[in-house]
Design a protein around this ligand. Sequence first.
Ligand code: AP5
Ligand code: MG
Length: 226
Amino acid sequence: MERDTKSVHVVLIGPPGAGKGTQAARVASRLGIAHIASGDMFREAVANRTPQGVQAKAYIDRGELVPDDVTVAMVMERLEQPGCREGAILDGFPRTLAQAQALDRAFREQGTRVERAIYLCAPTDELLRRLAGRWLCRSCQAAYHEVSNPPKVTGQCDRCGGELYQRDDDSREVAQRRFEVYLEQTAPVIDFYRAEGVLDELDGARGIDEVTHAILQTVRRACGSI
Ligand code: AP5
Ligand code: MG
């Protein structure tokens, strides 16, 4: 089936550690579309001490969600940039029903839509193991795992040579709150896309390459040759 639109939009949903960031980066590069990660955008704003970053930091530190109005405005602005003309894979957005509805309204006005929403799941003990061993690049945000996906040189990003660090919100207490918030506020987004008929549930507990392959297959099946 050929696509009838010029761009493709894919949403990646899943609990903390499901592999959204890892997979979104790989899939975006394979499909030649933008990778929009609301968490990465907030972390960059925090690092740059922008007014948005100062506001977001208090929420991120507690494992709570940044208010919908701030988040929606930030992602919509990003979606309007030229790099998104071919489409985008949205990583970590939308994650409340209000965000999903706002995205739906904006896309309808532009004559586009979310072609596929992919729900990545994995058992909780695996998610906790992934968060505890995660290291991120300060410069390009690439994600590594000290056991399952280690960098070639300890502490250094393979892609850009940047310094690797661990996220403060990956501490056990904050991660616990992030899981609760996910169940309370993000689970309804899965039902929203299921009702829209665009949801695919994929086993995110498999190896990184296998999951990438499954996502690409799912998107290509839904959107035709891209
Ligand atoms: P965000 O950064 O989005 O965090 P999250 O949703 O909790 O998800 P993570 O980034 O922790 O996990 P991931 O699924 O990306 O996993 P990854 O690929 O890194 O959000 C952080 C905060 O920002 C929120 O708490 C909130 O405050 C705010 N925020 C962000 N978006 C918001 C929004 N829309 N609304 C309001 N607030 C928002 O993988 C994890 C580890 O596992 C890595 O080490 C990786 O190497 C490894 N790994 C990945 N896949 C595999 C695999 N298949 N096998 C083995 N290891 C794997
Ligand atoms: Mg992430």
